[in-house]
Design a protein around this ligand. Structure first.
Ligand SMILES: CC(C)(COP(=O)(O)OP(=O)(O)OC[C@H]1O[C@@H](n2cnc3c(N)ncnc32)[C@H](O)[C@@H]1OP(=O)(O)O)[C@@H](O)C(=O)NCCC(=O)NCCS
Length: 191
């Protein structure tokens, strides 16, 4: 019997994760708005996970799911700038769909975001992500570097009102502060 674990993504996983993402999205994915927002940023520390198969002996095998959060910058009309976590891409292996891999990766990511007290956004299907508290109510006034369907621009925040209104969301050009270096109630910040 093949089972599965969720574990933090490691540097050595990168090639396998990229191959899985390439298998799950069409080639033009790199021109999509979410990809433009991620830019060349690294995932936020502690916010990238993989699902890996395990056999009966507990031996860990191939990667069958992945998710990561990258930093983006939200610029409000009043000139305020705040870092927000952009969740995605979330993928599960085409042969293992509908087995709970996507939801397990999401649950792990949400727990990590909550531990960091980090608000997050994504571009995706509200029926899937709504169960984790993502909604489009606060994002109507946001402008992104590419097109997005308003009902797919989703935010999960402790205080959604604080993110509402006209704003630009742009790629983070600076490295994020690692959580252990951050002050007691950091949320996420650009360095
Ligand atoms: C989206 C994706 C990660 C889901 O992974 P998965 O491992 O098959 O999902 P799970 O088995 O954990 O979840 C299945 C549940 O989600 C639901 N679901 C799956 N995709 C959905 C969608 N796009 N919209 C609404 N619900 C969806 C299923 O109906 C099922 O619901 P149930 O638990 O009520 O029966 C996977 O289909 C995938 O990799 N797709 C290609 C990449 C992609 O589009 N990623 C999302 C970017 S927005």
């Amino acid at each position: 019997m093949i089972s599965m674990i969720i574990r933090p993504r490691e540097a050595a996983d990168l090639g396998e994760v990229e191959a899985l993402v390439a298998r799950c999205f069409p080639p033009e994915r790199q021109r999509r708005t979410a990809a433009l927002l991620r830019g060349a940023s690294d995932p936020l520390p502690g916010l990238a996970f993989v699902a890996a198969e395990t056999d009966v002996t507990g031996r860990i095998g191939r990667i069958v799911g992945a998710v990561a959060c990258h930093p983006v910058v939200w610029e409000g009309a009043g000139g305020s700038r705040r870092t927000l976590a952009l969740l995605g891409p979330l993928v599960s292996h085409p042969e293992r769909r509908g087995e709970g891999i996507g939801l397990a990766l999401m649950a792990r990511t949400i727990a990590a975001l909550d531990r960091l007290r980090a608000d997050s956004m994504l571009i995706g299907d509200a029926p899937y992500y709504g169960r984790f508290g993502y909604g489009a109510e606060a994002t109507a006034g946001w402008r992104l570097p590419g097109p997005v369907e308003p009902e797919r621009l989703l935010l999960r925040a402790r205080d959604p009102e604080a993110w509402a209104g006209p704003a630009r969301v742009v790629p983070a050009r600076l490295r994020p502060v690692r959580p252990r270096m951050a002050p007691p109630d950091p949320g996420l910040r650009a360095a």
